[in-house]
Write a protein that binds this ligand. Sequence first.
Ligand code: CA
Ligand code: CA
Ligand code: CA
Ligand code: CA
Length: 810
Amino acid sequence: MAAGPSPPSVGRRLGLLELLTGAVLVLLGFGLGSALGQKVYTNTWAVHIPGGPEAADWVAQKHGFINHGHVFGDYYHFRHRTVVKRSLSAHRPVHVRLQKDPKVTWAEQQVSKRRKKRDTFEEFEDPKYKEQWYLYNNNHNDLNARGAWELGYTGKGVVVSILDDGIEKNHPDLMENYDPEASYDVNDGDPDPQPRYTQLNDNRHGTRCAGEVAAVANNGICGVGVAYNAKIGGVRMLDGEVTDMVEAQSLSLNPQHIDVYSASWGPEDDGKTVDGPAKLAKEAFLRGITEGRGGLGSIFVWASGNGGREKDSCNCDGYTNSIYTLSISSTTQNGNVPWYSEACSSTLATTYSSGNLNEKQIVTTDLKSKCTDSHTGTSASAPLAAGIIALALEANKNLTWRDMQHLVVRTSRPANLVANDWQTNGVGRKVSHSYGYGLLDASSIASLAKTWSYVGPQRKCVISMLSEPRNIGSHLSINKTVDACVGSGSYVTKLEHVQGQITLSYNRRGNLAIRLISPAGTRSTLLHPRPHDYSSEGFNDWAFMTTHSWDENPSGSWTLEIENVAGASDYGTLTQFTLVLYGTSSPSSGASEESQSGDDSCKTLDLTVKCIECNAGYYLFQQRCVKECPAGFAVGSQPLSYAVGNAILPASVPACLPCPLPCVTCSSLSPQSCLSCPPHNYLDAASGTCLHLSPSMRESPGSFMVGPGSQRPQLEPSSRMPITIAVLSCVAIIATFGGIFLLLQLRSGAHIKLPSLEAGGGFSLGGNRVVSYRGIPTVWGDEGLNTDSDNEEFDVHNERTAFIKTQSAL
Ligand SMILES: [Ca+2]
Ligand SMILES: [Ca+2]
Ligand SMILES: [Ca+2]
Ligand SMILES: [Ca+2]
């Protein structure tokens, strides 16, 4: 009986009653009037007085008005001094007196009109929404998600898939947005990605990431996703052995249906690994960006890594270092670099995530229909970015994968993010190795997406910067002035990604710092020293990537600096430095190219105003018409995958199609017309095909990229033979070097890890792969696990163990 709220005292009740009555009267007087459609009269009049402003002033003064200004013509805005501001009835006496004045030809008391401010936004009823500080807060230290929602963007019509350990598809806050077509179980080979339940909830990661993107809004459960009307799926691929094929299968799931793939995994963040996608995963990325989303390109959002404590560099992770992935780092609630964050030049932008114990973490859906407020790490950042990208895609479905990166570069905000390495690049943008271009801004990116036009086809200019091997010693600087392939179809005047493709040997890799300085003076740290990396394997054709020179003009002097930070006793040789410039040729970002291939080149547009058929003399490329196919493509015939009602259109149209594999560039779609080949292949000039190098030849620098389409457009096929001979001689020299080097190592008794093919980065054998979550640093993936591990073994390690480690570290 004692339970229940105590009744208020009589006095308080009366007070309440008065308050209520007052409120009702106020409502009746004002709000209700307009709510019921009744007119609400203001104390202002519109008055027509010919005779100039003096006459208007005179009339105003005479009848008790203030002249609030001239509207146009002879119309004036009058406000009465004593009439109440809002009333349900017109003020007849004042009105009649005014109208009868001989100087006044017309007057009207103004009525208040219902005008809803477009930016008003209904708060969600979801109980945890108020704790989602990173989506919206009063200080505006947030991702500006609410701004995008107010513009009407909520992810409708966009499909996101989380590549992780599964997704709880029947979670009450995900169910409504769950998309089975964006889901698959690669681990068990079935369509149901439901996580495997364990006592320690090891497989909660994917479900947590999914809720960040698309938890349902206004259902009274948990919080809301950034793109709360997007469709969300999950691929179960981390709960088992991860092979090259498992990765490739996950990255290629339903690419005509899924728009955005969010991945929060990669090679171990132990600060000593150099590894990246192997054969199949590489091809999955390539096919994704060329064929996914009807040729616009799948969007791969990638967490940059959690190896901050181990001083890891995300440029040593071939997934995040790839130009095809949109790499995302984290910042804390207070705008600091989190302890787990990895710095590198390939990161494009940042979202919020966890930080120190006094800073808030991420609210999202959790396993077993629960809700959590403690999601952490860069793996919490990638899904927030995926959600924001979904909002931008909703604003403009025609964006290519590169358009999206352009939008991120332009709209991310460096303000309020603390780092000691912010620099202003050659086009005036601030950029940092910890944050890329700054914090994503959902409202800005969606707004700019709306009016963005295609940036134009990607060009690739490949320049060999080294004529002979160079001794690194304790410091090596390479400088060369380049013309960015001027006079060829690969000419780049406006940069996107830049790669420094490097092959070098060194007795202790982790002692090296590598920097690339652009003609505009922008300094990108391609590699910072990694104290745990004692490897003597060096780098084998590793393509260090930087985004920091985006939109700069690449013509001019480029400098590569290699520095040994430890001591003078280290030694090694740089054998390859190839500069790869990606970008466009037009100085303005796309508007002019858009008009070149504008309306007259396209014959048929579909319902979404995408070109599906070109006029004679033009070829269809990425839903636009071009006169020449870009590098990597050749003219072919593409089936017309379009149907409106039962309309009959031609079965196929001339289009630019990707070169047959393994050609990188080609003169036609025939398998015998390769012009250049991928690494570890060479071009057989006689047959026009790419041939695999034998394993002993693989150690050589990647100068096999030589070919008219990419590296040396001016080279004639007949000139390739001497190059092949030269390269083979180089191989012999390098092999000798390598031998001597290894011998010295063995003699010095240093702690040497024997070279393994896996760590070369370019050519993993596709066996067991060491893959780690990005939620928090993990311990699974230790060498012992590489053997015959079954699922039970994973329970013992991974997130929880690491989480405890994490907490103690704090
Ligand atoms: Ca299953
Ligand atoms: Ca909800
Ligand atoms: Ca890493
Ligand atoms: Ca990337």
